[in-house]
Design a protein around this ligand. Sequence first.
Ligand code: 5GP
Ligand code: ZN
Length: 130
Amino acid sequence: MLNKAKWLAKEAALRVKYMTSKDCIFCQIVAGEVKTELVDQSEDAIAFNDVNPISAVHILIVPKRHIESVLKIGDDDASILVAMHQMAQQLVKDKKLEAFRLAFNGGSYQHVGHLHMHLLAGGNVKWNKL
Ligand code: 5GP
Ligand code: ZN
């Protein structure tokens, strides 16, 4: 029998695997169907505040196109990844962040099945909560 932690990890992995863009919360945010605190927007990417921040600055940088995870990035996605990192670069400059982290979760660490980069800064980043 699976213990609770293993069951939760398995369930999270399945949720990511079978999620489609139709029921994807980040696609709904991109489409404007779900409200969020928008931080920045470009042709290929969007940035908004994390609903459950683990540091003073906790922004999610998300491709507008539904890419499930780091493991699903293909050759055609290079420009999207550049756009995401350039958005992070601009935010770091605009917010004058002296120290910051960029992070991608994957596998059972990932809870939303739409690629996203965490921009974390300010105060004591609760790294183990990500
Ligand atoms: P993951 O664990 O997949 O790397 O991170 C997903 C992040 O998305 C979490 O930090 C969580 O707080 C955030 N999140 C989940 N649903 C929503 C939402 O509807 N709106 C916003 N702004 N953030 C969300
Ligand atoms: Zn999506």
